[in-house]
Write a protein that binds this ligand. Structure first.
Ligand code: NDP
Length: 457
């Protein structure tokens, strides 16, 4: 049995302990903030080209370890190894992308009377990063890379369920030449270490990904010291499929747009809105694909979906598929230990029903019929969330009208893509504040300073 000062890290496919790591508390969090504070003047003073070279070295070092990291992530988060390999590729790409940023953080010159006016984008100081268990290292890299590029130092708190790859990143960064104290990882409970980061007077900003409920508390806590916050929160995204779409393409890609990562994805297109006249054709293709999804051992190359992250998550997800739920399609799961839940499609569902309103964060999709474009947009927007979504149609004008009308930060047309390293990602409404990835992410890790230089006697 683990001591109360150790985190037992569980492998969700086997329910076995795969590692024990020391559990951080207030003292360790304060010490990490202190280390980051001391390292800040040195890190910000490193010349842009040199900081860029260090980030490239870090990207190369992660790439060399990518196979090990993918295996660790697949085991700890229960995700298919093929997905984990793709994610490690994205982590490397993210560090390479932001390695270009130190030399591109340009300001403006602004015409004024009596002198010269210019702006600088200054680093904030110590930044606090709080990450979830669904894409542990990937989401950490979306925050760590731009924060380092802009000259900040970091305290990163991964979710207690999945601390392993972030702890590895801390070691890899040191070996790659990132100076001591620049990147500090504290593995401990959110209610202790996370909250301390949020309240700590020496932390300048908090970038958080997780539930809307905890995000709300973070925004409240940050108000005490007027901290900046970036929040990437929940979603209930709509995949809107018009009857004039390429239905085979829409139906064959819809399942993994919800069931990828076992539905534990803030971008999951968990409300599939289908024009009523296309329902029958769509549902039969959907059934064929859902029944063919391979659910099983995360370490097998053919696995498309693994288990849920924990017994608690299994309990929560199960509560949405009770006796009354209109189960239209159900996939299969392996026998034996593991937090398994089959890919499940509920149809037809009213947008007022609980499974259509709440973020389930599991492999449960709701199919909601609609009659025309106006109704589709109304239903898509009838949610507190606004993170992601898709529109499928062969009518280009309708596609653009719908994409502009849907209240969400990310929309794809005839595709279910949500994130790309070079384009901004984030939510409208209660899905969050601020943007990650792409050029916009640097805004969260810099302050604009205006300098006026009088040139006239
Ligand atoms: P949380 O929002 O609780 O966890 C996300 C991160 O926040 C973790 O590192 C957690 O630490 C930390 N945290 C928890 N409480 C606090 C606090 N008071 N102050 C500061 N940090 C805190 O998500 P859950 O793990 O509980 O998942 C619950 C639900 O959240 C899911 O079912 C899903 O609906 C949603 N979710 C959404 C995600 C997204 O990508 N948008 C990601 C994860 C969850 P620790 O876990 O170590 O205690």
């Amino acid at each position: 049995m683990a001591s109360k000062d150790a985190i037992e890290v569980i492998e969700p496919a086997t329910e076995q302990v795969m590692a024990e790591v020391p559990r951080a508390g207030i003292e360790e969090t304060d010490a990490a903030v202190e280390r980051a504070k001391r390292a800040f003047p040195g890190w910000r003073a490193i010349a842009p080209g040199e900081r860029s070279a260090l980030l490239h070295r870090l990207a190369n070092a992660i790439e060399e370890r990518a196979d090990d990291l993918a295996t660790l992530e697949a085991r700890n988060a229960g995700k298919p190894i093929s997905d984990a390999r793709g994610e490690m590729g994205m982590v490397v790409e993210t560090f390479r992308y932001y390695a270009g940023a130190p030399e591109r953080l340009t300001g403006k010159t602004i015409p004024v009377a009596g002198g010269v006016d210019m702006t600088f984008r200054e680093p904030l100081g110590v930044v606090g990063l709080i990450t979830p268990w669904n894409f542990p290292l990937t989401i950490a890299s979306w925050k760590v890379a731009p924060a380092l590029a802009a000259g900040n130092t970091i305290v990163l708190k991964p979710a207690e369920l999945t601390p392993l790859t972030s702890l590895e990143l801390e070691r890899i960064a040191l070996d790659a030449g990132i100076p001591e104290g620049v990147l500090n990882v504290v593995a401990g409970p959110g209610s202790v270490c996370g909250q301390r980061i949020v309240e700590h007077p020496d932390v300048a900003t908090v970038a958080f990904t997780g539930s809307t409920e905890v995000g709300r508390g973070i925004a409240e806590g940050a108000a005490g010291t007027i901290k900046r916050v970036t929040l990437e929160l929940g979603g209930k995204s709509a995949n809107v499929i018009f009857a004039d779409a390429d239905l085979a393409a829409a139906a064959s890609s819809a399942p993994l747009a919800v069931f990828g990562n076992a539905g534990q994805d803030c971008c999951a297109r968990s409300r599939i809105l289908v024009e009523r006249s296309a329902m029958d054709d769509f549902m039969s293709e959907l059934e064929r694909v859902v029944k063919g999804i391979t659910v099983g051992d995360p370490l097998s190359d053919s696995t498309q979906m693994g288990p849920l992250i924990s017994a608690d998550q299994l309990h929560t997800v199960s509560s949405y598929v009770n006796g009354d739920a209109p189960v239209a399609i159900r996939g299969s799961v392996p026998d034996g230990p593991g937090y398994w839940f089959p890919p499940t499609v509920l149809a037809p569902v009213s947008n007022d029903a609980r499974p259509a309103r709440e973020e389930i964060f599991g492999p449960v999709a709701c199919v909601i019929p609609f009659d025309d474009e106006d109704q589709a947009i109304r239903i898509a927007n009838d949610t507190i969330y606004g993170l992601s979504g898709s529109v499928w149609t062969r009518d280009g004008a309708k596609a653009m009208r719908a994409a502009r009308a849907i209240e969400s930060g990310v929309i794809s047309i005839n595709s279910n893509t949500s994130v790309r390293v070079s384009t901004p990602f984030g939510g409208f409404k209660q899905s969050g504040v601020g943007r990650e990835l792409g050029p916009d992410a640097l805004d969260a890790y810099t302050e604009v300073k205006n300098v006026y230089y009088a040139t006239e006697e």
